[in-house]
Design a binder for this molecule. Structure first.
Ligand code: NI
Length: 257
């Protein structure tokens, strides 16, 4: 009789222990559930709008005193681009951001003041993201859909919790550190291929020179210069929040890291 009660007690204890062991697992599942973004964006690409050879030029850190010269060149060649603007810079040159938008280029966000997400608390990073988006919305009347993280630095958990569509890149040319436009130009021509998203900076005069030299050459090779949203949706893909995109080749899906 006594033995039987003992057994009952140990069964009860085991059950309680099991329940306690489950608590952190349940909490982890709930936390994870909360952090999964619920949105996917269906960006309708115009059928056949982007052909078999296309490239997205993307410009970070502007607008600057060199952006208008770039816009003039893009207009001259009928090329489209994407500008990941810094909110603080956009406040200084709202007319340039408005012009880029009005001329059919895509305005994305590069935060308000370019924090390094690896080194700042998440709350500070989010504040900078939201403030940057608010500045852009104030200028062009719509919230930007795409975010480029400063330096491309994003912790894995931030992709989910920041709840944005991140745009990374296929390649860059170290243009932020170069004054030789010929070198940047040659690097673009060597590395460019269908589906590339190229990281550049419209804050650098050598970059603007290099790009304006490369555009007609790329066009002569049959490339279209398109916005990053046009490139990524060329196959009818619905873009997802919480992932970083880096390329989109013809007849292949949008590529993430
Ligand atoms: Ni930057």
């Amino acid at each position: 009789m006594i033995k039987k009660d003992k057994n009952k007690n140990s069964q009860k204890r085991q059950l309680l222990e099991l329940l306690f062991a489950c608590v952190p697992i349940i909490l982890a599942i709930l936390l994870l559930w909360r952090s999964i973004p619920d949105g996917i964006y269906h960006l309708e690409a115009e059928e056949g709008a982007v052909g078999e050879k296309a490239i997205a030029l993307t410009f970070d850190d502007g607008p600057s005193g060199h952006t208008e010269r770039l816009l003039d060149g893009l207009a001259q060649y009928g090329a489209k681009a994407t500008f990941f603007v810094i909110g603080k810079q956009a406040e200084k040159r709202p007319d340039v951001v408005k012009r880029a938008h009005d001329e059919g280029h895509l305005i994305g966000s590069h935060t308000y003041d370019h924090p390094n997400f690896y080194l700042t608390p998440d709350s500070t990073a989010i504040e900078s993201i939201e403030k940057g988006e608010a500045v852009i919305e104030g200028i062009i009347g719509e919230k930007p859909l795409f975010l480029r993280a400063p330096y491309g630095n994003v912790w894995p958990h931030q992709f989910k919790s920041f709840d944005r569509i991140f745009i990374h890149w296929s390649f860059h040319t170290f243009d932020w550190n170069k004054d030789d436009s010929q070198e940047i130009y040659e690097d673009i021509m060597k590395k460019a291929s269908d589906g590339s998203i190229i990281l550049l900076h419209d804050t650098r005069p050598a970059t603007v020179d290099a790009v304006l030299k490369a555009i007609p050459e790329l066009q002569a090779e049959g490339y279209e210069l398109v916005r990053v949203d046009e490139l990524l949706t060329r196959n009818g893909d619905a873009l997802r929040v919480g992932v970083p995109y880096r390329a989109c080749e013809y007849d292949k899906g949008a590529l993430i890291f």
